[in-house]
Design a protein around this ligand. Structure first.
Ligand SMILES: NC(=O)c1ccc[n+]([C@@H]2O[C@H](COP(=O)([O-])OP(=O)(O)OC[C@H]3O[C@@H](n4cnc5c(N)ncnc54)[C@H](O)[C@@H]3O)[C@@H](O)[C@H]2O)c1
Length: 433
């Protein structure tokens, strides 16, 4: 591999920053990954990948980059003083009131400003509320460095589009939006990012880049909310939303999404709030869509309570199996999972047992990894996630394991007629009760 003259620093080496650092290193840039977590830094320097789950190629690439000294990790900001590109990938959550928390952005940009060399390029890759580049990032960089953005250093907002499970492939294959403060910054960005982005790089200004990133996730959230609302309408009117969806999508230019027990993950539940945070009065639909999606796990709980009311009065506490803890099919990611709402809503009144093929512990509960053992002596099974394992369930074994044959289906895993013919009390999101 040809070693390039420029050095890259990636600040924040979590789900996004670590694969980004590996990519730059693999393209010949000597790269330092900077984080405030000593534990994470030590792991990386030992060649141990801190990201779990199925992440094709990441562990191997990281090991190779660390063993050849192309990638090192550090907690010391002085290690970025000779960096030509500083890519910022720190977390940008919202608080309990859905207000953006910019603590990590402000802290990292302050330290970067104090250690910035003349002529370097600072690229914010984190997802940020529109207006943050001009209102927060650039003023801090200028104040701390004593230099002028545009004339003394370059500034970019180059937001990430990756999904856990395909981090490296997404980095390489997806088109990339590149917002710059000026033409010179964009030219620098083109040079660095075209080293590993194999798809188109789309230059724009800072505010368009900020709005497009938060907007693309808000758009998806709104589309899912429409599907969820259609599911509730179909339940009320006695139709199967999944059949209705096929019919709707047979019409030109229609692409209705799939309804379900809720939207989870790190990004979708928060990025709508980042988008509207500085334009709250204009945002109506996007905020309503969030409310619709947040309601879905509670609706799943209502379906469960409705079904359990059909059972004879039993003695003692009833026992319920929560099937699927991760927010995403075949993933171990539990961030903002709808399963948390379901568990919190019923844990005081029911004994709970949880099953997931990939998650081992959640909210202090041990997770069972055998489906039928998890269901043993339960009065109901609530399917929250559509793990592939749940697609080919054996109805006889389910009936033998469960004490009462109640299935609550949050992900269209089962056919309603088949379930009822097999003697189950069946409730599902988007289907006639
Ligand atoms: N996770 C995703 O799938 C995904 C996808 C697209 C965009 N994003 C966006 O990328 C950003 C990062 O997300 P993530 O999932 O990698 O988060 P993460 O929590 O996995 O990683 C963030 C890292 O930043 C570090 N950090 C915090 N403050 C710091 C500081 N002052 N200096 C140095 N390091 C600091 C943390 O210790 C942590 O290791 C967020 O803005 C997120 O919205 C995430």
């Amino acid at each position: 591999m040809e070693i390039r003259p420029e050095k890259v620093a990636v600040v924040g080496i979590g789900y996004v920053g670590l694969p980004v650092a590996c990519m730059f290193a693999s393209k010949g840039f000597r790269t330092v990954g900077l984080d405030i977590s000593q534990e994470r830094v030590d792991m990386i320097n030992r060649g141990v990948c801190p990201i779990g789950g199925e992440e094709p190629g990441l562990k191997e690439l990281m090991e190779r980059m660390v063993s050849t000294d192309m990638l090192t990790a550090s907690v010391d900001y002085s290690s970025i003083q000779d960096a030509d590109l500083i890519a910022v990938c720190v977390d940008t959550p919202v608080d309990d009131d859905k207000k953006p928390v910019l603590r990590s952005i402000i802290a990292s940009v302050t330290s970067i400003g104090r250690n910035l060399k003349k002529g370097a390029t600072v690229s914010i890759e984190s997802t940020i509320p529109p207006g943050t580049m001009i209102g927060t990032v650039i003023p801090i960089l200028e104040k701390e460095s004593g230099m002028r953005a545009g004339s003394d250093f370059h500034v970019l907002h180059c937001p990430e589009r990756v999904m856990p499970g395909r981090l490296l492939a997404n980095l390489r294959e997806y088109k990339r939006v590149l917002g710059g403060i000026d033409e010179a910054s964009i030219r620098k960005g083109m040079y660095f990012y075209s080293s590993y982005v194999e798809s188109e790089i789309l230059p724009t200004d800072l505010i368009c880049a900020e709005i497009s990133k938060t907007g693309e996730n808000a758009y998806r959230d709104v589309q899912i909310a429409f599907a969820n609302e259609m599911a509730l309408i179909c339940e009320r009117l006695g139709a199967d939303v999944f059949k209705v969806r096929e019919l709707i999508n047979s019409s030109p230019f229609r692409d209705m999404h799939i309804p379900g027990s809720g939207v989870g993950g790190y990004c979708l539940p928060k990025d709508s709030w980042l988008l509207v945070s500085n334009a709250r009065e204009e945002a109506d639909l996007i905020v309503r869509a969030r409310a619709v999606n947040e309601k879905m796990p509670y609706h799943l709980v209502d379906l469960f309570k409705d079904a359990i009311a059909e059972l004879d009065e039993g003695k003692g506490k009833r026992k319920v199996a929560i099937m699927g803890i991760a927010f995403l099919r075949d993933s171990d990611d539990t961030r903002n999972t709808p399963a948390a709402v379901v568990i919190e809503s019923i844990k005081d009144d029911f004994d709970l047992v949880a099953h997931d093929p990939y998650v081992r512990e959640f909210l202090g509960m041990d997770i069972e990894d055998d489906i039928y053992v998890a269901m043993k002596d339960c009065d109901a099974a609530i399917f929250v996630t559509d793990h592939s394992e749940y697609r080919n369930m054996d109805f006889n074994r389910m009936r033998m394991s469960l004490r009462n044959p109640v299935i609550i289906d949050g992900r269209n895993l089962f056919d309603a007629h088949e379930c009822r013919r097999a003697g189950f009390i069946y409730r599902a999101i988007g289907k006639k009760h």
